[in-house]
Design a protein around this ligand. Structure first.
Ligand code: DGP
Length: 128
């Protein structure tokens, strides 16, 4: 594995999220279809914190192919529907995709964070 480089993950190993999608690891799954799975974040940063994940492993936003456009759109329509179902659509919420080290990405399987249920504060911390 290349540590600290632009790809600080081993793309040959299944990610945690692939194992959740495969049912090999437990998670509180709130939505699943043939293209997308959504489950509650294990370390919630807000009263509602759901991860919306393509079933197909795409490591980072950099790895999205043009042919993935419909799949990426699906992540957002699922997020919209889950926000309604969770009762946070009207007050509002935040959708976040972290990419690589400066983005703070920890799990190298593309995911959209759906956060809401309380005011979320500033969009990003000031760098200095
Ligand atoms: P990111 O930094 O964008 O890669 O966010 C990864 C998120 O994944 C982080 O908020 C914590 C969450 N997470 C990590 N491991 C697990 C796990 O095993 N189960 C669940 N449900 N969430 C996890």
């Amino acid at each position: 594995m290349e540590i600290g480089g632009p790809r600080a993950y081993d793309f040959r190993m299944p990610t945690l999220f692939e194992r959740i999608i495969a049912g090999e690891l437990p998670a509180t799954i709130v939505y699943r279809d043939e293209r997308v799975t959504a489950f509650r974040d294990i370390h919630p940063r807000a009263p509602v914190h759901i991860l919306i994940v393509p079933n197909k492993p795409i490591p980072t936003a950099n790895d999205i192919a043009d042919s993935d456009e419909a799949l990426i759109g699906r992540l957002f329509t699922v997020a919209r529907d889950l926000a309604r179902r969770e009762g946070i659509a009207d007050d509002g919420y935040r959708l976040i995709i972290n990419c690589n080290s400066h983005g703070g990405q920890e799990v190298y399987h593309l995911h959209v964070h759906l956060l809401g249920g309380a005011p979320l504060g500033a969009m990003v911390a000031k760098t200095s």
